[in-house]
Ligand binder design. Structure first.
Ligand SMILES: Cc1cc2nc3c(=O)[nH]c(=O)nc-3n(C[C@H](O)[C@H](O)[C@H](O)COP(=O)(O)OP(=O)(O)OC[C@H]3O[C@@H](n4cnc5c(N)ncnc54)[C@H](O)[C@@H]3O)c2cc1C
Length: 506
């Protein structure tokens, strides 16, 4: 990067959780060595200590850092994730799969899910997951990396990772230090502002040290030490749409080989996660404290574990929402400091990645052009709100009426944009991806159909296709996914060959 008199030369990252170390590793990789990066973390405060599932985009972040994927998976006790199995969401007793990657192929310009809807009118079809390469592989507990040749069905397989987030932070920490980041251990007790500009000028540690900077990245977790406690940026509360505000997490030993997917099971006042890593199973329950007590939820979680807990249950509270400005003055908030959407679709770590990528794309100089900041905030708001709506969909599109919590979710008002989308889907099954939206048509289709929200009819272009041609094409696609999956290695075999982790704690 070109260094001039206005160039930023001192960056201070506040916090050493996943957000702090991702920012440190990426900024030190992408900025000139002349920029001094200091990361401050407090051993006394520690990190949030959860966050085990990701989405496929993380591979691009690791690639930007020059990280070898097998080395990363092994270092983080990682496994591969092909999607999420949702249990009891539409109705108790039902299950569906939200895979990464598409369902089938479009034919003659008609979307695959429209073909599926049309053909379902003629004959009973299996679940749409049978047309997803990732979902079929997941159902057989198999995994292989997709080949680059787009003509092969296996190229439609898309994957992410399950990992131990604290090991990921440690992994990035060593890279960041190698790239010149200075780590400071200490507790920040005060933040000083420049009286003229209102910008943060320095932070003071409990031992009296002062660390000053020109650009501050607030990765201090839920407390938002700079962005909220000092700058009073404000928080938009989304509890009326996302009523879950608590979680309890507990690890257990694996009771079998790790599956290549997360399972999310809806419960009376929230949902339970199950995330298989190489060395343990991550379990937790996200719930609404307005409908169940901590004692009830903890008992419910512990009674459903597949093995004895490895640690005491860990309780967390949060408020779904976003910081009104992700970037305020000379402070950019990342991770939990910028807001939180519950982990149902594993989007938080992705939002850290998005924040870092956007910051690099709009990197300021010491003049802090408001146009850059406004653009950053506008783009961030758009992406976060789109993710929020997709998460709300899981709650709204339920037929469950067995608890007050689900009665509330089923009948709640939703944001206007989501409401309009659901109406468009209701009549002819139309879903359009907008702008830089994260979740595309296959994701919406998986959740809507999976939760039993079937449109009234397919769109006319699907009805106009030759029926014998369509039936034959659908059958062939389905057979090719199954055939391909049956010839893939099992997930444990793939890991054992490519990226086995050492014993825990090694
Ligand atoms: C229940 C739950 C489950 C989740 N599951 C997932 C998931 O599956 N996938 C996913 O993508 N995300 C998930 N997340 C989110 C994920 O955990 C976070 O996005 C991620 O860990 C980033 O956290 P962080 O770095 O922002 O904050 P933290 O981990 O809280 O780190 C904050 C840092 O700031 C430091 N700090 C704070 N105050 C001070 C101070 N005064 N002085 C010095 N240092 C200070 C702390 O010491 C720490 O180093 C989950 C979150 C929750 C609550």
């Amino acid at each position: 990067m070109d260094m001039n008199e206005h160039a930023i030369r001192r960056i201070v990252i506040v916090g050493g959780g996943t957000a702090g170390w991702m920012a440190a590793a990426a900024l030190s990789k992408r900025l000139d060595r002349a920029v001094e990066i200091t990361l401050i973390e407090s051993d006394e405060i520690g990190t949030v200590g959860v966050g085990e599932a990701t989405i496929p985009h993380l591979a691009a972040f690791n690639e930007m850092l020059g990280i070898n994927e097998d080395e990363f998976v092994a270092a983080c006790q990682g496994t591969f994730k092909l999607g999420i199995e949702f249990v009891d969401w539409g109705q108790v007793g039902e299950r569906y799969f939200h895979p990464f990657g598409p369902h089938g192929h479009d034919l003659r310009g008609v979307h695959f899910h429209q073909l599926y809807l049309q053909e379902s009118k003629r004959r009973p079809l299996p679940d749409i997951r049978e047309w997803s390469m990732s979902a079929v592989a997941a159902s057989l507990d198999r995994f292989a990396r997709p080949p680059p040749d787009a003509r092969l069905p296996l190229s439609q397989l898309a994957y992410a990772f399950h990992f131990d987030a604290s090991l990921y932070a440690r992994f990035l920490h060593s890279r960041a230090e190698e790239q010149g980041v200075r780590r400071v251990e200490g507790k920040i007790v005060d933040v000083d502002l420049d009286g003229a500009t209102g910008h943060v000028q320095s932070v003071r540690l409990a031992d009296g040290r002062t660390i000053d900077g020109e650009l501050f990245i607030d990765c201090s977790g839920f407390r938002g030490l700079l962005i909220e406690q000092k700058l009073g940026t404000g928080y938009e509360d989304w509890t009326r749409w996302l009523p879950c505000d608590r979680a309890v997490a507990v690890p257990t030993p694996l009771s079998g080989p790790p599956e290549p997917y997360v399972r999310c099971t809806a419960r009376a006042a929230g949902w339970q996660w199950r995330i298989p890593l190489q060395h343990r199973m991550g379990n937790g329950l996200v719930y609404s404290s307005a409908y169940q007590t901590q004692v009830e939820v903890e008992a419910s979680l512990l009674s459903r574990l597949e093995a004895e807990p490895l640690a005491e249950p860990r309780h967390l509270s949060f408020t779904a929402g976003r910081r009104r400005l992700a970037w305020n003055a000379n402070v950019i908030s990342l991770g939990l400091a910028s807001g939180f959407i519950e982990p149902l679709e594993s989007t938080s770590i992705h939002l850290i990645q998005v924040g870092i990528t956007k910051l690099l794309a709009l990197f300021p100089d010491k003049r802090f052009d408001p146009a850059e900041r406004d653009e950053y905030n506008r783009q961030t708001q758009d992406i976060v709100e789109d993710i929020r709506d997709f998460i709300i969909l899981h709650y709204k599109a339920t037929r469950r009426d067995d608890s007050d919590f689900w009665d509330y979710c089923r009948s709640m008002e939703v944001p206007d944009k989501l409401g309009a989308r659901l109406e468009l889907w209701r009549s002819k099954g139309r879903i359009f991806r907008e702008g830089a939206e994260l979740f595309g048509t296959p994701s919406w289709v998986a959740v809507l159909l999976g939760q039993g929200f079937v449109p009234e009819e397919p769109e006319p272009t699907a009805e106009a296709l030759d029926s014998a041609f369509m039936a034959d094409a659908l059958d062939k696609m389905r057979m090719s996914y199954r055939h391909m999956a049956e010839h893939m290695p099992t997930h444990p075999d793939f890991i054992a060959r490519a990226c086995p982790a050492g014993p825990p704690g090694a």
